[in-house]
Design a protein around this ligand. Structure first.
Ligand code: LLP
Length: 414
């Protein structure tokens, strides 16, 4: 059962009425449920009980320190894609020894920072990066732990912007190139071969591409072993989808059973990099209706959240549920839910049948992942605050920005 449910005619987050959160902290505001966040992590971890594994939360989905703190306490590892994310892990009390570093464009400074911090592994995405990492490690007198992110050339059947495992994508090294790169890495005194990594895309709702890519890499891992290169772990990436509208996400037990069939009894530890699946359903964006503009062709509900707060609809045409915090009886019509930003692409939802009045609160659902994390200050809008609900308690985990802070780094002319 979701932590976001109606009670006495009003939408709650766990034991707290969303209207109480709006009254205390204002809108727009992201609201997260601690029970959902923890429950999703525990369920993911438990699905692989008995198989040696480590869940490395893909923190790009939502990098608020409170969420990282919560996951660090559960023993989570983290998948990072920048030095900034590593700094967040450390600030939140996470263990750098459980961090994997993904991404196609790591800089020398980021490599050095991660080597000094003692991360678990670099997911190397090109030969150039391998050479660079070896140089940086040599300079620091260290040996860099590496995996290659291998591109299995599998179609995850998801939005083209978030498919990453196809031959034509910028990610990973080509499958056929991998054996040569592993041999090269194994010869280098400055890197230590630890594992192999794949990540084929995001919001995947089909098990088949996972099965296909996992079998493909197993074959490669066995060939490497026969060549004298034994891997300590296999990182299967993230990508498991969630339900926004009517998607049928892969049930965790099915995903786990498929992997057990392939990996049970093998010597390699499994790593996972779930992002959306852990946090996506654990958040809503709370927003207030400012104005209603009913029209002959389209009717617009102008709310105080905008594309700068939640970019997914504008960027991917993504569908998020929109629910009234206190539903009204009767008077429904179709609304375009739009924000104050000066772009026609500034919409949060289209064609929603709702009964609305100015001042009403709306909850945009499934907004825990890639929501606040992708927000911006476009139109010099201060970003939303974030509140974590734990049972009947609410805690501000990021205060609203102040307008002066938005231009504090800028200078007028001398
Ligand atoms: N590992 C790697 C290397 C990744 O690039 C990603 C996501 C993940 C793990 C986590 O994937 P997840 O489990 O969350 O699907 N902004 C887009 C999603 C971009 C995903 C980028 N990479 C969206 O809002 O749908």
């Amino acid at each position: 059962m979701s932590a976001f449910a109606y009670r006495d005619g009003e939408l709650h987050a766990e034991g707290v009425a969303l209207s109480a959160i709006a009254a205390r902290f204002g809108t727009p505001c992201y609201v997260y449920s601690r029970a959902e966040l923890e429950g999703a992590w525990r369920a993911f971890d438990a699905a692989f009980e008995g198989l040696p594994h480590l869940v490395c939360y893909a923190m790009k989905a939502n990098s608020n320190l409170a969420i990282l703190d919560l996951y660090a306490r559960l023993g989570s590892g983290f998948d990072i894609v920048s030095g900034g994310e590593l700094a967040r892990v450390i600030a939140a009390g996470g263990d750098p020894g459980k961090v994997v570093f993904s991404g196609v464009g790591k800089t020398d400074a980021e490599m050095a920072q991660a080597l000094e911090a003692g991360i678990l592994c670099f997911n190397v995405e090109s030969e150039g990066e391998l050479d660079r990492l070896a140089d940086v490690a040599a300079r620091l007198g260290r040996r860099a732990p590496v995996s290659f992110r291998v591109n299995p050339d599998v179609d995850p059947k998801t939005h083209p912007y978030i498919a990453t495992g196809l031959k034509e994508s910028k990610f990973g090294v080509a499958f056929d190139d991998a054996p040569r790169l592993y041999r090269k890495a194994a010869r280098s005194p400055h890197v230590a071969v630890h594992g192999l990594d794949i990540h084929i895309g995001s919001q995947i709702t089909d098990l088949a591409p996972y099965r296909e890519s996992a079998s493909k890499v197993l074959d490669l891992v066995d060939r490497l072993r026969a060549d004298g290169i034994a891997l300590a772990h296999i990182d299967l990436g993230g990508g498991l989808g969630i339900r926004y509208r009517d998607e049928a996400p892969v049930p965790l037990p099915e995903y786990a059973a498929m992997l057990r069939g392939l990996f049970a009894g093998r010597p390699e530890r499994l790593l996972f990099e779930p992002g959306r699946r852990l946090v996506g359903g654990a958040g809503v964006l709370l927003t207030r209706v400012l104005y209603l503009k009913p029209g002959a062709a389209k009717s617009f509900a102008i709310v105080d959240a905008a594309m700068n707060d939640l970019m997914r609809p504008a960027l991917y045409d993504a569908w998020h549920p929109v629910d009234p915090v206190r539903p009204r009886a009767g008077g429904e019509r179709l609304w375009e839910i739009v924000g104050p930003v000066c772009e026609s692409g500034d919409f949060l939802a289209r064609d929603r049948r709702l009964a609305l009045a100015p001042g009403d609160l709306l909850a945009v659902g499934a907004a825990g992942a890639y929501a606040m994390a992708m927000s911006s200050n476009y139109n010099t809008r201060t970003r939303a605050c974030e509140v974590l609900v734990d049972d009947s308690r609410m805690q501000l985990v990021r205060r609203r920005e102040r307008c002066e802070e938005l231009f504090a780094l800028e200078n007028r002319l001398p």
